[in-house]
Design a protein around this ligand. Structure first.
Ligand code: HEM
Length: 128
């Protein structure tokens, strides 16, 4: 048997690009998320495409350009409340539904995204 990465199971580069494309319009429309993001989302989309590729077990596209992800540190300048983490995950769940990421690969990916999103929380809800 062969050990396939989550990246390979979901369909590789094409699928990661589709997820990113489906995700950011939702972020941009979410009242809790929209204020944190710049008007021009293209640079963020490119970084997220690179990050998700390596996060899921594909080539290290993020690190090769930006160095160690240190994602919690990179998010510290934004007030990320538990409600915002929930909103981020909701947008991501909808994006994965739209793209049609299902089954074992969806579960693997989802579990790790939930942990990552909670790890990013740096501000209590009542301060956000
Ligand atoms: C960047 C918000 C969770 C991956 C950003 C930015 C914001 C943000 C505002 C910066 C946009 C800019 O450059 O101006 C949030 C919120 C989250 C969240 C509210 C809720 C928990 C996550 C998670 C991941 C992630 C779970 C990964 C699985 C990234 C990446 C970048 C980024 C890769 C670009 C980092 C860089 O190189 O500058 N996020 N994020 N974020 N986020 Fe998140």
């Amino acid at each position: 048997h062969s050990i396939q990465s989550t990246y390979e199971k979901i369909g590789g580069d094409r699928t990661v690009r589709r997820i990113v494309k489906a995700f950011y319009p939702r972020v941009q429309q979410h009242p809790l998320l929209k204020p944190l993001f710049p008007e021009d989302l293209e640079p963020v989309k490119e970084k997220q495409y690179r990050f998700l590729t390596q996060f899921l077990g594909g080539p290290p596209l993020y690190t090769s350009v930006h160095g160690h992800p240190m994602l919690r540190a990179r998010h510290l300048r934004f007030p990320i409340t538990p409600k915002r983490a929930q909103a981020w995950l909701q947008c991501m769940a909808e994006a994965l539904d739209e793209v049609g990421v299902t089954g074992e690969a969806r579960d693997e990916m989802w579990n790790r995204l939930v942990i990552a999103a909670h790890h990013m929380v740096n501000t209590p809800d009542d301060a956000g």
